[in-house]
Design a protein around this ligand. Sequence first.
Ligand SMILES: Nc1ncnc2c1ncn2[C@@H]1O[C@H](COP(=O)(O)OP(=O)(O)OP(=O)(O)O)[C@@H](O)[C@H]1O
Ligand SMILES: [Mg+2]
Length: 376
Amino acid sequence: MIQNDILLKHLSTVFDPELGANIVELGMIKDIQHTDKTVKIKLALTIADCPMRNQIETEINRKLKLLENVENVEITITAMDQKDRTAVMEKARKKARENAQPTNVDPRTRVIAIGSGKGGVGKSTLSANIALGLAKKGFQTGLLDADIWGFSIPRLLGISGRIEANSDKKMIPYTIGNLKVISTGLITSNEDTALMWRGLMLSKALEQFLTDVQWEDLDYLIIDLPPGTGDIQMALSRLLPQAELIVITTPQLMAQKVATRVADMAKRSFIPLLGVIENMSYFESNTGEKFNIFGEGGGEALSDKFGIPLLGKIPIGENTNDIADSGTPLINQENNSVTKVEIEKLINNIAIKLPPIIDETCTGRLAKVFEELSNQ
Ligand SMILES: Nc1ncnc2c1ncn2[C@@H]1O[C@H](COP(=O)(O)OP(=O)(O)OP(=O)(O)O)[C@@H](O)[C@H]1O
Ligand SMILES: [Mg+2]
């Protein structure tokens, strides 16, 4: 059975976007019980027949079902009484006053970190394609290259140059359409700044990228992590409570074992696992024949072990190493290779599994109406 404090920790990543606070600190969870494979929750909304309560219920379902041993979530909705409603508004106001966001990333932004146990499995390649794909769908998207020393995003996107700061000394990301990019590769061309960055701890560097960058309102922030389970991974949950992790593995059993470590670490730091991507899954010839060059089953094994979805199986692409590595990401290439098609499916899958947070929920909007009415 899962302890209530762990369930609540997971639920505290469900935000009421308009109130800018999570449903646990807003006191909306009135009761919680875990028996067998079912979690029962009593959820108090500002009013019970709130037209947009679905969004909150879906989020609660999604977050809890990421946990092992949770298969059903039963939510009973109750309405807050006047006293509770006033308390919620008081909390929301206090929160706004404190301006408690530790980072410059809006709490409404969906944050997806892309990690792996092993190096060289395609984190950067897929991060670049996913971010670009989401931006092409019209979402405001950020791409943060958190591989501070092993950065590769600028090369993969074919961008160079140096990012500048605004009058508030916030860095302005490099912008391509709806995509905003930050990478040490875009700052270190000047020796002095390179030295400054060299002196920083890695987790501090990540913190700077989250606090000192003018990200503005993003729908998605994709974070390309360095390999392994180091400082950066550990700092993520502290800095971005809404972060979720996608684990990349290749099909061979050894790679999947190493990937397990990252997934384990994420669970220990309460970072929800969004899913698994198996990369370099197979090679498909012109005649449609498939060859399992690196073995098979790694992605499925990992998704089974953690009870999380396999978001995609990306085949080995002929144009990945040469063309993609020199600046034209697969989804921007002209030919419709199987790899490109599978990456596009993957991006659709991510946008479905983790749709952008809609700006207004009934709780926030209606609570405001109540407040205005009670002030009259
Ligand atoms: N599906 C694929 N088909 C063919 N080549 C690929 C595929 N995915 C990635 N690669 C190639 O594999 C190499 C490693 O990819 P990438 O740099 O994205 O991995 P990484 O996990 O970010 O590595 P690191 O751990 O060093 O940061 C690159 O040359 C890339 O082009
Ligand atoms: Mg990389």
